[in-house]
Design a protein around this ligand. Structure first.
Ligand SMILES: C[S@@+](CC[C@H](N)C(=O)[O-])C[C@H]1O[C@@H](n2cnc3c(N)ncnc32)[C@H](O)[C@@H]1O
Length: 272
């Protein structure tokens, strides 16, 4: 199962090179890149960098914080928080190609000393108990059947006072998810929980729910804008096709329906 998930995201094993080529052809000087130059690719979740900054605000971060990003992808969220707060972020991700690209991109923008990325599984974290001041996970659990293990692991590696911020895609009340979607081409690697299941999973892992925010309406706007731009210009504002392949336009179109028909919801949980 884990292998199938990693191969879903591993369309391109030379991802950093492919991203560098795209940046060059967009006229960017690779020696003068900033994190803003990477936003077309590196915040791989609905509502992009805005959603990451929202989580950051709720996590009580400062320059001394050590944050864990579970399912860190291409490292955009880690870099965004490291840049905004001066904190250290460790990312863990199942997909080796993403860890490699995340490391390369962090060096490009001079954040290599603040962030690091390690290949590993969210259900079996390679860290000591009570290591981190805060932890986050964005759009990862929908690939994980054993969510109970994932959240128990998050609780274990967090310090007792640490905040756990979860921003995820959930099963909505409007019917089954239409595939392909960015996290799965078919239901075999898709495990979306309902809002009620999420509450039980998080509280059973020992977390207290401090805040719950549903952002589905805004997520609908995010996809409507993306597909409108794709129709108008023939180009997507994101370049996720570099690792999702030629299915990406179909995935984006399905996501408009999934979110509009409330087959999915996006919800943030701030847990203590
Ligand atoms: C949609 S991407 C989100 C990436 C990142 N959180 C972001 O928001 O930019 C989902 C990520 O979850 C990772 N993932 C899926 N299952 C995982 C697991 N069991 N352990 C660690 N990472 C996992 C994938 O490799 C992928 O990078």
């Amino acid at each position: 199962m884990a292998d199938n998930v990693a191969s879903h995201y591993s369309e391109n094993i030379k991802l950093a090179d492919a991203i560098a080529d795209k940046l060059r052809s967009a006229g960017k000087d690779l020696n003068k890149l900033t994190t803003a130059d990477l936003i077309a690719v590196d915040e791989f979740h609905i509502r992009g960098r805005k959603a990451t900054l929202e989580l950051g605000e709720k996590m009580n971060l400062n320059a001394h914080s050590h944050v864990l990003d579970i399912g860190s992808g291409l490292g955009g969220p880690a870099r965004t928080l490291a840049e905004a707060y001066g904190c250290r972020v460790t990312g863990i991700d199942l997909t080796q190609a993403f860890c490699d690209a995340a490391t390369a991109m962090s060096n490009w923008v001079g954040l290599g000393s603040h962030v690091s990325f390690k290949q590993g599984d969210a259900t079996n974290l390679p860290f000591e108990n009570q290591t981190f001041d805060a932890a986050m996970t964005m759009h990862v659990a929908m690939n994980i059947a054993a969510k109970d293990k994932m959240y128990l692991e998050a609780r274990r590696v967090l310090k007792p006072s640490g905040v756990f911020a979860v921003y995820d895609v959930l099963q909505g009340e409007g019917g089954e998810v239409l595939y392909p979607v960015p996290w799965a081409r078919d239901p075999s690697i898709s495990h979306v929980a309902t809002p009620d299941e999420m509450k039980s999973l998080l509280t059973n892992a020992g977390f207290k729910l401090l805040d719950v925010q549903d952002s589905t309406e805004e997520s609908q706007g995010f996809f409507e804008k993306m597909t409108a731009q794709m129709t108008k210009t023939g180009r997507s504002p994101v370049i996720w096709h570099l690792f999702l392949g030629d299915d990406f336009p179909a995935m984006a179109r399905n996501q408009v329906r999934n979110v509009t028909e409330r087959r999915i919801r996006t919800v943030t949980y701030i847990c203590g």
